[in-house]
Design a binder for this molecule. Structure first.
Ligand code: PRP
Length: 221
């Protein structure tokens, strides 16, 4: 049986995913990402440590059989992958944010807006549907800075805890959609390694289903 290659984002999502794999019995040992190595071997798996935005590329081109990517990344890339499981981790919201004093302008049918974002496709699609022309300024990070210094009117970005917005005096203006991490699989691997990938999906779904029931029971108390 060949190994399964998994593309995983470095950082928090790596730890959350490998922890989840441990709890489900997919992995038998903890995987430590605290080295500069970009390929880690553990049991039947080979993990490729990549930037979150690059996960779909590794899976689409089939160098990774499976991967973990947020809806934000999948939507932005319009990735051609099969996404069978919502892992319930990496939850955040994709939204439009700005200065509180600009809220009124946003909702008063503006004809055009200047938007900074690291999600140009999501931003374009969203404002096209609203019939608002945008001047798009693509940035790679610290997006919240843009409205503070007048680079743009608003931003399209993800909010997780809301701390970055709060600490910079910004507010959510409009929610675009929620986002969470999905297990994604290469369409060919899904067939050629169907038994192994099917087993992973089943273990994840069984575990997540149990957790959901537990959550509901806890809430009902
Ligand atoms: C992301 C996102 C926000 C922040 C939201 O940035 O672009 O800036 O996290 O998180 P919060 O709601 O918990 O504050 P990231 O940390 O990836 O850094 P970046 O500025 O380099 O994109």
């Amino acid at each position: 049986m060949g190994k399964i290659t998994v593309a995983l984002p470095k950082g928090r999502l790596f730890d959350q995913t490998t922890d989840l794999f441990l709890k489900c019995g997919i992995l038998q040992e903890k995987v430590d990402q605290n080295s500069r190595k970009l390929i880690l071997e553990a049991g039947d798996f080979r993990f490729l440590l990549v930037r979150a935005k690059d996960v779909p590329a590794y899976v689409e081109y089939g160098v990774a059989d499976i991967g973990v990517a947020g809806d934000d990344v999948l939507l932005e890339r319009k990735a051609d992958v099969y996404r069978p499981v919502d892992l319930g981790i990496g939850a955040c919201t994709i939204m439009v944010a700005g200065l509180p004093q600009d809220r009124e302008r946003y909702f008063s049918n503006p004809t055009s807006l200047r938007i900074s974002t690291k999600y140009p496709n999501i931003a374009r699609d969203f404002f096209r549907k609203k019939g608002i022309k945008i001047q798009l300024i693509e940035l790679y990070g610290s997006i919240e800075l843009a409205p503070l210094v007048g680079l743009s009117d608003f931003i399209v970005d993800i909010v997780e805890t809301g701390r970055t917005l709060r600490e910079n005096g910004l507010v959510v203006i409009e929610e675009i959609r929620p986002s969470s991490a999905k297990l994604i699989t290469n369409r060919i691997s899904y067939k050629t390694k169907g038994k192994q990938i099917g087993d992973i999906i089943e273990k994840l779904e069984t575990f997540l289903e149990k957790e959901k029931k537990w959550d509901t029971t806890t809430l009902n108390i």
